[in-house]
Ligand binder design. Structure first.
Ligand code: AMP
Length: 285
C-alpha cells in the first residue's frame, strides 16, 4: 500500500491509473478505523480495480465548540488495517496541503443541510461537501463509498454529485453495529462504561420502531412519540432530535412508508451520537 501525502502526488497517481484503464473506488474517512470503515473498504474492493482511502480530519466541518482537537487519531494502526484490507493508496494530506493560505472556495448544498444534524452544526455540511468535492477532483474515482450511518451526509453528497454532473457512482453501505446494537463510531471511545450503557438507548429505540412498523404502524407522529419516550426514559441521554424523513429530500414524513428513515441525534455526557434506520429496508429488499 502506498501512503500519499500531497494533493499533487494523489492526482499524479490517479492519472496514471486512469491512463492504464484502471477504475478507482474512493472511501473518504477521518480515520481511527473500526469495522464500519473496514466494511466500506471491502465494498470498494469489490467495485473497482484500485481502492483509495482518504484519511483526513477535516477542520472546516467542525464547529468552534466541537471536538476537532481531541478527535481520536492513530495513524500507524489505521495504515496497518487499511493495508490488510488490500487498499492501494492511503491518502493522508496535511491540513495546510488541503487548505493552503489564501484558499477561499466552499461548496454548499442548499435545502438539505439546514435540518437534522445541520440544525445544531451550522456550517458542518458545507465543510463536508467542500472536502468531498476536493477529494473527487484529486482522486478521480468512478465509485465513492459512504456509510448510511451518516445518512444526511449521504443524501447531501448524492445531491451534490448529481447537481455538479460528476460521473461518480455514490454507493451507500449499511450501518455496522456492535453485537449489542450500538452503531460503530470513532467517537465511541469517548464513552465511559456507564455512558456506553446509556448509548444503547438509541439502538433500542430503533429496534422498537422496526417492530412497530412490522406490526403495521403507519402514523409517524405516534412512532416518534414512542421513540422519544424510550430515549427520555434512558438515564444519561439528552435527545437533540428524532425525526422521520424522506431519504432523498429529508422532508418530514407524516406516514411511515418505504423510503422513510427514522433519524436521531443525542448527547451522552459530552459525546454527540447519531443513529438512524431505513425502517422498511427488509420489506423493500
Ligand atoms: P468517519 O471517519 O466517521 O468520517 O466515517 C467515514 C465513513 O465511514 C463515512 O462514510 C461514514 O458514514 C462511514 N461509517 C462510520 N461509521 C459507520 C458504521 N458504523 N457503519 C457504516 N459506515 C460507517
Amino acid at each position: 500500500m502506498e501512503i500519499i501525502r500531497t494533493p499533487v502526488a494523489m492526482t499524479a497517481w490517479a492519472n496514471r491509473m486512469i491512463a492504464a484503464g484502471d477504475s478507482i473506488a474512493l472511501v473518504p474517512t477521518m480515520g481511527y478505523f473500526h469495522e464500519g470503515h473496514l466494511s466500506l473498504m471491502r465494498q470498494a474492493r469489490k467495485l473497482a480495480k484500485r481502492v483509495v482511502v482518504s484519511l483526513f480530519v477535516n477542520p472546516i466541518q467542525f464547529g468552534p465548540q466541537e471536538d476537532l482537537a481531541r478527535y481520536p487519531r492513530d495513524f500507524d494502526r489505521d495504515a496497518a488495517l487499511a493495508e490488510q484490507e488490500g487498499v492501494d493508496v492511503l491518502f493522508a494530506p496535511a491540513v495546510a496541503a488541503m487548505y493552503p493560505e489564501g484558499s477561499r472556495t466552499r461548496v454548499a448544498v442548499a435545502g438539505l443541510t439546514g435540518g437534522l444534524c445541520g440544525g445544531s452544526r451550522p456550517g458542518h455540511f458545507e465543510g463536508v461537501t467542500t472536502v468531498v468535492a476536493k477529494l473527487f477532483h484529486l482522486v478521480k474515482p468512478r465509485f465513492a463509498v459512504f456509510g448510511q450511518k451518516d445518512f444526511q451526509q449521504l443524501a447531501v453528497i448524492r445531491r451534490m454529485t448529481a447537481d455538479l454532473n460528476w460521473d461518480i457512482e455514490i454507493v451507500g453501505h449499511s450501518i455496522v453495529r456492535e453485537a449489542d446494537g450500538l452503531a460503530m463510531s470513532s467517537r465511541n471511545v469517548y464513552l465511559s462504561a456507564g455512558e456506553r450503557q446509556s448509548a444503547l438507548g438509541l439502538s433500542r429505540a430503533i429496534r422498537h420502531a422496526r417492530q412497530r412498523v412490522r406490526e403495521g404502524l403507519a402514523d409517524a407522529a405516534m412512532l416518534l412519540r414512542e421513540v422519544r419516550e424510550i430515549l427520555t426514559a434512558t438515564p444519561g441521554i439528552a435527545v437533540e432530535y428524532v425525526e422521520c424523513v424522506d431519504e432523498k429530500t429529508l422532508a418530514p414524513a407524516a406516514r411511515l412508508a418505504p423510503g422513510v428513515v427514522l433519524a436521531m441525534a443525542a448527547r451522552v455526557g459530552t459525546t454527540r451520537l447519531i443513529d438512524n434506520d431505513d425502517l422498511f429496508a427488509e420489506e423493500v429488499k
